[in-house]
Design a protein around this ligand. Structure first.
Ligand SMILES: [Zn+2]
Length: 340
């Protein structure tokens, strides 16, 4: 089967987004930050999924998506801790409804109630709720809840450890994922996302996080940011910083997805990064929605690029399915329970 490890509910029903607008307006005005949540029917949810993610999955030949709330809307820098907590809960509950309507096609990954300057420990309860009560298989972890100021400690800092301990205990990975940018100089999906991916990888090199947490797993999306292209720089920096080789220091715990929207980029990714560290992902329907005039195909139809690679079918099976089942053991268990 073909598992897309990176999809967001970018097409969430309008009343859900309107609720968020009311919440942030109430926060600004000093009002009720938990206004009455609208009744959203199953049919409303079906309409938003079937004409978008589900149709594209079928057209492109994938079977399932690891699905999370819209990343750019997480916006932890908007509001405060209480606003973030309620918003994450609403967003995750909506993902759960999609999963319940299409259990064979979607599995949930949660948004965390992160907020600038607030301990990541405050996100543990929502992680536990989503994994143990809603059946989610991972989370999106934002290394920069400030929305572009990078004011949080680096990921190797012990401030993050209580959350990492819980991730290991629950045996769930995190996708490193920032949200909207509050910095006009830094475009969200074109600059901020790719920069944050690259920054996170360098933080993993600088620290000793995986010595302390040998079972902790991260997916760095968007093909690992600039990392594969600059692989020699990072190997050289690891050496200069007296760190072990990347294969043992970082790459037992870190995976890259295939959200790279052209063939030469995918070719480079597979040439540089071990196939065991690559998970199929498209981030569809997401950052880049248009058709590439050079190919006549959607930029984000990343399955085509992998299909075109001259690599063994066994390697493609790892990227399309096996690696995801290894990195998301709770997904593997759910699939096995269904006889898959
Ligand atoms: Zn994403």
């Amino acid at each position: 089967m073909i598992i897309d490890c990176h999809g967001h509910y970018t097409t969430a029903p309008a009343p859900h987004n309107a609720w968020r607008d009311r919440q942030t307006a109430a926060f600004a005005a000093g009002g009720d930050i938990d206004p009455l949540y609208p009744a959203i029917s199953d049919d409303e949810i079906r309409e938003t999924i079937e004409a978008n993610q589900l149709q594209l999955l079928r057209e492109r030949g994938a079977d399932m998506t690891i699905f999370s709330p819209r990343a750019s809307a997480m916006a932890p820098h908007v509001g405060d801790e209480a606003v973030a907590r309620i918003w994450a809960r609403r967003s995750n509950d909506l993902i759960k409804r999609v999963v319940d309507l299409y259990p064979e096609t979607f599995v949930g990954v949660c948004q965390l109630p992160q907020s600038p300057g607030i301990s990541i420990a405050q996100s543990i309860n929502e992680l536990v709720r989503c994994v143990t009560e809603l059946g989610f298989v991972g989370c999106n972890l934002n290394p920069d809840p400030s929305g572009g100021k990078f004011s949080a400690p680096p990921l190797y800092d012990r401030a993050w450890y209580p959350f990492f301990e819980k991730m290991v205990e629950l045996d769930v990975p995190a996708m490193i994922h920032v949200s909207g940018s509050c910095n006009a100089a830094m475009h969200a999906t074109g600059a901020y996302y790719i920069a944050a991916d690259t920054i996170a990888f360098m933080q993993f090199i600088e620290g000793d996080l995986f010595r302390d947490f040998p079972d902790l797993r991260f997916i760095i999306p968007h093909g690992g940011g600039a990392v594969p292209y600059h692989w020699g720089r990072y190997r050289g920096l690891a050496d200069m910083l007296k760190r072990p080789p990347l294969a043992e220091h970082v790459m037992r715990n870190v995976y890259f997805d295939t959200c790279v929207y052209h063939q030469p980029g995918i070719d480079l990714l597979f040439r540089v990064i071990d196939v065991d560290n690559i998970l199929f992902g498209s981030e569809m329907v997401g950052a880049v929605r248009g058709i590439d005039p050079e190919t006549g195909q959607y930029f984000d139809d990343t399955k085509r690029y992998i299909d075109a690679l001259p690599i063994p079918e066994t390697d493609k099976a790892k990227v399309f399915e096996g690696n995801a089942r290894r990195v998301y053991p709770r997904l593997d268990a759910q699939l096995k329970a269904r006889g898959l």
